[in-house]
Design a protein around this ligand. Sequence first.
Ligand code: NAP
Ligand code: MG
Length: 339
Amino acid sequence: MRVHYDRDADVNLIKGKKVAIIGYGSQGHAHAQNLKDSGAPEVVVGLRAESAGVAKAQSAGLRVWDSADAAKWADVVMVLTPDEAQGDLYREKLAPNLRPGTALAFGHGLNIHFGLIDPRPDLDVFMIAPKGPGHTVRSEFLRGAGVPMLMAVHQDPSGNTTEIAKSYASAIGGGRAGIIETTFKEECETDLFGEQAVLCGGLVELIRAGYETLVGAGYAPEMAYFECCHEVKLIVDLIYEGGIANMNYSVSDTAEYGEYVSGPRIITDETRAEMKRVLADIQSGKFVREWMLENKVNRPNFKAMRRSLGEQPIEQVGAKLRAMMPWIGKNALVDKSRN
Ligand code: NAP
Ligand code: MG
């Protein structure tokens, strides 16, 4: 695995280019502001006129244009709109306007890897995929650090795409933590699997199942929330810092013994077999096909599932308890009025 750092990148390369960031959501706000703070003089945010991002980007001192105008102007266009809308955006706003030889970049490999976008052959196409939420990409940068980023090149008519990609990643903080070379396929499939099996899907279900088991057995919901949700962060912080043994060093031997004997009773052979089936659905394109179909019909299932999460007791108990721990909300990563 090849990893690059700031010393391997020429950050001035991207500073000499006109960069359009399309979208100002989780990733977009972080990329645009980090580029600007790294001294890139020509950064424009591309948004729809009615977007809530317009005022946020302007108040961060960024210029905001329609995506079509930004595409005509830019040397590098980073697409940070939702994956499910990128195909239409490319066909309607970008492809007709990008000048020959422009670099077209993505924060995730999905549209290119699954063939939802077939980029014009004259375009340099690369990916810089931060391995963390956009709000962390920004907060780490402000701390003088960065999050690791995956870099891949899909097509390289100029012969210079890798250098541009490295420079871009360095300017948004990736070179401080490591810019890891990969492919669109590897990034896309591992990313989808990670978020489904472990990070979002697996973790949320694990937390909920634990919470519901305790509450169902008659324990106080507040106790259940602390044990099965709140403390997840404390444990993950220890693993993040020094690995599993580091966490085990910090918890009691009783907790560690319970981990060894009960953990495998929770994640069983059947769970592992199901993980393989989840991966197979990602690799075959089945998951992406179904998600794109869901979007075509205005997301009825997605909306229903999101609504039902809001009604879950764990969310309500959690909101009440977090209000009693005001330090949690201080320096919040997510502030919906700003980012
Ligand atoms: P997001 O938070 O949902 O933000 C999307 C932004 O795009 C919003 O500003 C939205 O504005 C704008 N937008 C939507 N449709 C648009 C259009 N047709 N034209 C112009 N702007 C449009 O998205 P995200 O989570 O940052 O994801 C962006 C990309 O980064 C995706 O490829 C994703 O896979 C990748 N990525 C995300 C993360 C993460 O931390 N979230 C991590 C790694 C990679 P309006 O809707 O207000 O118009
Ligand atoms: Mg991910």
